[in-house]
Design a protein around this ligand. Structure first.
Ligand code: NI
Length: 175
C-alpha cells in the first residue's frame, strides 16, 4: 500500500467526470487499498479516486468514531436509486479543500447501489452522516465539490483561503 498525493482546489482534474469501473479486480483493490491508507493518513472519513488523480468511479469511506475499530467501506460505480425530500444540513469539509467547513443541505436518506471490495452488488439505505458522506463523495465522481453547493462568494473565499495556505506552506518549505 502507498499514500498518494491528494489534489486540492483549484486543480482542474477535480472537475473531471469519472468513468465506471469495468471489472473489479486486484488492480482495483490495490487502488482502493492506497486510497484508504491515504484517507486515514490525511486524516479524513471519505475519499474519491479523482482526489488522487484517478478518474474512476471509486470511493472509500470510514465513519467509525475515534474510539471504535476501523470500519472501511468501499464503493465502486455507486448510484443513488431513491432519496427523500427531507433535507439535512451538515457542516462539511473536504480533503481537497483543506481547513474549510461550511453547511450543505442534502437529502437525509438515500437508497444506494454499488459494488463492494469484492465486486458484490449491494443495495442499501444510507442515512444521516452516511447519507451526507456518500452524496458528497458521489459528487466528486461528477466533478462537483461541496463548495459548488455554496454561493459564488463563499466558493471564491474558500478557494482563496486554500491558495493562501498553500503559498505559505511553500514559503515555509523554501526557508
Ligand atoms: Ni470531498
Amino acid at each position: 500500500m502507498a499514500i498518494r498525493d491528494i489534489l486540492i482546489v483549484p486543480n482542474p482534474v477535480l472537475k473531471q467526470v469519472s468513468k465506471p469501473v469495468e471489472r473489479v479486480d486486484d488492480e482495483t483493490r490495490a487502488l482502493m487499498d492506497d486510497m484508504l491508507e491515504t484517507m486515514y493518513a490525511a486524516p479524513g472519513i471519505g475519499l474519491a479516486a479523482i482526489q488522487v488523480g484517478i478518474p474512476l468511479r471509486i470511493i472509500v469511506m470510514d465513519l467509525a468514531g475515534q474510539d471504535e475499530e476501523p470500519a472501511p467501506r468501499y464503493f465502486i460505480n455507486p448510484e443513488i436509486l431513491e432519496d427523500v425530500e427531507e433535507l439535512l444540513p451538515w457542516e462539511e469539509g473536504c480533503l481537497s479543500v483543506p481547513d474549510y467547513y461550511e453547511d450543505v443541505e442534502r437529502p437525509r436518506r438515500v437508497k444506494i447501489r454499488y459494488l463492494d471490495y469484492h465486486g458484490k452488488d449491494v443495495v442499501e439505505w444510507a442515512e444521516e452522516l452516511y447519507a451526507v458522506c456518500i452524496q458528497h463523495e458521489m459528487d466528486h465522481l461528477n466533478g462537483v465539490l461541496f463548495i459548488d453547493h455554496l454561493s459564488r462568494l463563499k466558493r471564491q473565499r474558500a478557494i482563496r483561503k486554500v491558495q493562501k495556505a498553500e503559498r505559505e506552506k511553500a514559503l515555509d518549505a523554501a526557508v
